[in-house]
Structures are given as C-alpha cells and as structure tokens.
Write a protein of this length. Structure first.
Length: 400
C-alpha cells in the first residue's frame, strides 16, 4: 500500500471518530439539561388579633400586720405572784393574765372604807345638829350665827363623805388592777417576766403582747408613678373601675403558693413617702386558720380595673432586640411586615400589648424564623393559642 493511500485512510478514520464523539456529546448534553424549578411560597401560622376584656392587676410587695395589738403593762406596782396563761395560746378579752400581790391594796381599801364610815358618822351628827339649830333659830332660841355655823358644818361633813367614797373607789380599782387582764381577744406572746418579779405602774417594758390575727391586715406599697398612671387610665376610659368601688386582693405567700382566702382593699394612703416615693395600701384578709402571722412577707395581687380591649399575644411570637424594643411579624396583603410593640406586662404565658397592633391583624406565631420582611407567604390560622415556657402574673402596664 502506498504511503499516500495509507495517509488518506487515517484522515478518514479520524474524521469519522470525531463526528461520532461530537454526536455522543451532543446527545448527553441534551439529555442532562433540565428546566429550572418554580419558586415555592413559604407557609406560616398566624393568629388573628381579637381584643377581649382583661382584668388589670397589680402585684405589690407587702407585710402582714395584726388587726389589733395590745402591749400588756401593769397599772399598779407590786410583786408578780402568778402567770395565768399559756404562752402562744388564744386568750379572750377580760381573761386574767397575771396576779400581783394584793395585800397592800387590800389594806388600802380597808383603810379607805374605815375613813368613809367615820365621815358618814360625822355627817349623821352634823345633820341632826343642823336640823335642831334650824328649829331653834325660828323661835330665836339661838343666834342666827350659830344656825349658820351648823348648816356649814353639815355641808363640810357631806363633802368629806364624798371624798371618802372616792378614796374607797380608787382603792377598789387599784386592788382590781393587781389582777392584770387582757383588753382584747387574740393570740398571746411570750412573757417577759416570771413570778417573783417586781413591776411598776405603766413601765416601759411590756409584760407580754396580745394580737388579734383574724382577720389580719396586709399593708402593700405602690409607687406614686404607677398610682397616677392607674388614675389617668381610669379617667380616660382605658380601664374601667370595679363595681361598688371594691378592690379584691389575692395573696401570694413567700413560698410561691396562693393563699386560699381573698381580701378586700380598705384603705389607700393620703400621702406619699418622701424617702421611697410610694403610697401605702391596706387590705383586710380573713385568717381563720392562723396561717398568716404578723410581719410575714407577701405579695398582694390587686384587681384595680378592667381593659375591655386588651390584646394578648403568645410570648414566643414576640421578639426583643438588644436595645430592649419589642416587635412581631405580621402578614399584611400577603407579605411579611415587622411591627414595633409596647408591652404592658405578662398574663400567664402571654404578653399584654398596649400599642402597635389592632383588631383583625394577623400575627405570625409559627414559621417566622424561615421568612424575611417583605417576602410573600401563605397563611394558616392557628387552632389555639400556643403555650410558652414562662408563666408570670399581670404587672402594671408601662409605655415602651
């Protein structure tokens, strides 16, 4: 085979191989190419804002105080002979608590009674003399001066009897004071003295204390700023006052439990403390089981009004930024918007929104982390208000 013919055949084979490879590559390219997928609209779960009536409560710190308290002090001096009560027991008004040595007071009463008897005898003699001299003076048997002296002696004798009667009554009272009694019913504290101790009248140190604990007072303090805000909200109609002016109080004990008996607010202070800027509020609370004791720390939850257009949102739907501002994502015209809010406080696992939303708006409660502001979304209505982990009491609404 000539060299020229061999070269022509090689060129022909190379051309055929190249044509085959191009055909194969073109077929693979057409087979691998696929159309671009259509964009998917994200779905979110929304809660439609529906205002409702919500009780406005304020949680305030306070202390319990005895309804009545009496420091027991002796009204006469003497040696204590007996203590007549059990410490910590319940005592009744008029019940004897201590017995002082009555000997000297008995003697003083006997002396006063004897003096009164003597003065009464003198009065009897003066009465007879005055009566006789008055008759003699009528017939000029004695001088007018003698008659006048007899009448004056009668008045003096009567005055001396009156003084003696007062002395007897004083001695009787002092004798009665040797038996120290309780002026009120209540629970009695420990005794500061024992039998044999010398006490004096109206001494500074009390022998013991009796406190009436059912019902019991609860004194709480509220800042003047919050009180003014409450009054403004009641005045402009944002909040409605409770009927009949009654303000119930629920107590939260120091261990976090709720006290089973509700109280009623009875007194609101008329002045603001210069040192703390607070006003004292006093409630009266039933205490039939004696669970509450004076000086206990409690938190009082006061129902001070109602908001008939309250907006409550699940806590997890609200975002708080580093600067403290709060916001939610809402769906408006099918697109995501961010809305700044003012939060007044917490009600169970929901935030109380005071401004930033209105009725009928759709707040994203699920799926918000997958969408961006301005993005078009599809919505699904939430079947129920989702729960959050945190639970808190309603607090005083504040702006911002």
């Amino acid at each position: 085979m000539s060299t020229k013919l061999f070269a022509k055949r090689l060129v022909t084979v190379a051309w055929l191989v190249s044509l085959t490879m191009l055909s194969l590559l073109g077929g693979c390219s057409k087979h691998d190419a696929a159309p671009a997928p259509a964009a998917v609209t994200p779905s979110v779960t929304v809660l439609t804002v529906q205002p409702k009536t919500q009780a406005f409560t304020t949680e305030l710190a306070g202390r319990t105080q005895a309804f009545m308290a009496s420091d027991i002090r002796p009204q006469v001096g003497g040696i204590i002979q007996q203590r007549l009560f059990v410490e910590g027991a319940q005592v009744k008004a008029g019940q004897a608590l201590y017995q002082l040595d009555p000997a000297t007071y008995k003697a003083a009463l006997a002396q006063a009674q004897a003096t009164m008897a003597k003065d009464q005898a003198t009065l009897k003699s003066a009465q007879l003399t005055a009566k006789r001299d008055a008759g003699l003076a009528k017939i000029d048997a004695i001088s007018q001066q003698d008659n006048e002296d007899a009448q004056a002696a009668l008045l003096t004798a009567q005055a001396e009897v009156n003084v003696a009667q007062a002395d007897v009554e004083t001695a009787r009272i002092n004798l009665a004071y040797t038996r120290v009694t309780s002026p009120i019913s209540g629970r009695i504290e420990t005794s500061t003295v024992t039998p044999g101790a010398l006490v004096v009248a109206n001494q500074d140190t009390a022998l013991t204390t009796v406190q009436q604990l059912d019902p019991i007072y609860v004194d709480v303090t509220q800042s003047s700023t919050d009180l003014l805000r409450l009054k403004h909200q009641l005045a402009d109609g944002t909040l409605q006052a409770n009927t009949a002016g009654e303000v119930p109080m629920t107590l939260l004990l120091d261990d976090g439990s709720t006290y089973e008996h509700k109280g009623q607010l009875k007194f609101s202070g008329v002045s603001v403390s210069e040192s703390t800027g607070t006003v004292t509020l006093r409630a009266i609370v039933p205490n039939p089981d004696g669970l509450l004791m004076p000086g206990m720390y409690v938190r009082g939850v006061l129902e001070q009004g109602h908001d008939r257009n309250a907006i409550l949102l699940p806590q997890k739907s609200v975002t708080r930024s580093k600067d403290g501002s709060t916001s939610v994502l809402v769906v408006s015209a099918g697109k995501v918007e961010q809305r700044q809010l003012s939060i007044g406080g917490a009600v169970d696992n929901q935030w109380w929104v005071t401004s930033g939303l209105k009725a009928g708006e759709q707040v994203i409660v699920e799926g918000g982390q997958k969408v961006a502001v301005g993005q078009t979304v599809s919505v699904t209505q939430a079947k129920a208000v989702p729960s959050a982990d945190s639970v808190a009491q309603t607090s005083t609404p504040k702006e911002g």
